[in-house]
Write a protein that binds this ligand. Structure first.
Ligand SMILES: C[S@@+](CC[C@H](N)C(=O)[O-])C[C@H]1O[C@@H](n2cnc3c(N)ncnc32)[C@H](O)[C@@H]1O
Length: 241
């Protein structure tokens, strides 16, 4: 049997959510409030959060009055997110490499949910799907890590203890990817996962987006929406149409 891709397995575990629990709802809500105000998105807008994880951005966007759809590959995350569904908030399981069936006023790809595939064509396919699913004048918000900043400040070894679990983390940049190896003992077993995200800097991201027909409206460098600076920003947030 073919091994599952790392992103199919790791994001579907409870341990992923434990490790990242400090990247909390406050960050997500601050960002969503700022970006919807910046975009002046009318409350009638239909937003797709792709991929949405357990729906922390989608649920908040819905509480602001928007119609929101969230989609993710992780069945466990969608099962959790579905608990929040209402007539203006829906979730479903989907692979972002598949064409998107509906059209949207805005599509958000948040918190480094990109760059998982070896082949650049798969990255481009996702961006094409997003472009095709936007109404004319629809907007794409793309929130990725700032690869240049990550490289400059790479913490190669780190130990985090969360909910009584000791996560031993090792990071490396090689062969065009940023690797984060995570090993820990939990539920009477030793576990090991490796996150592998493509080293995509701002120039490459702009090339990708322009290649599929997007034009760049603005680039921010953090969730407070400070302008992007390649050497000091911790995020790369591109608004494209
Ligand atoms: C870093 S998490 C971020 C999730 C969410 N945006 C958030 O901020 O909580 C990345 C998400 O991408 C999802 N994912 C990975 N590969 C995917 C794919 N091919 N199609 C759809 N979702 C995918 C994972 O299941 C995971 O929930």
């Amino acid at each position: 049997m073919k091994n599952k891709d790392w992103f199919t397995e790791w994001f579907n575990t409870k341990y992923y959510h434990i490790l990242y629990k400090d990247r909390n709802d406050n960050d997500a809500q601050l960002f969503m409030k700022n970006i919807t105000e910046y975009l002046r998105l009318p409350k009638t807008a239909h937003i797709l959060d792709l991929p949405c994880g357990k729906g922390r951005h989608a649920v908040y966007l819905n509480s602001l009055g928007y119609q929101v759809t969230g989609a993710d590959l992780s069945e466990n995350s969608i099962q959790e997110a579905k608990k929040f569904e209402n007539e203006k908030l829906q979730f479903y399981v989907s692979d972002m490499r598949a064409p998107i069936e509906q059209s949207y006023d805005a599509i958000f790809n948040l918190f480094t949910s990109f760059g998982y595939f070896d082949d650049d064509h798969e990255d481009l396919l996702i961006l094409k799907n997003i472009k095709n699913a936007l109404y004319k004048n629809g907007v794409f918000v793309f929130d990725f890590l700032n690869a240049t900043f990550v490289k400059k400040h790479l913490v190669t070894e780190e130990v985090k203890i969360i909910d009584g679990i000791q996560f031993d983390i090792n990071r490396a940049i090689k062969n065009g990817f940023i690797y984060k190896n995570i090993s820990f003992f939990a539920d009477e077993k030793q576990h090991e996962f490796t996150e592998k995200v493509k080293y995509l800097d701002v120039k490459k991201m702009i090339d990708y987006l322009e290649n599929v027909g997007f034009s760049i409206e603005h680039i921010f460098g953090d969730y407070e929406l400070t302008d992007f600076n390649e050497s000091t920003s911790n995020r790369l947030i591109i608004v494209a149409k």
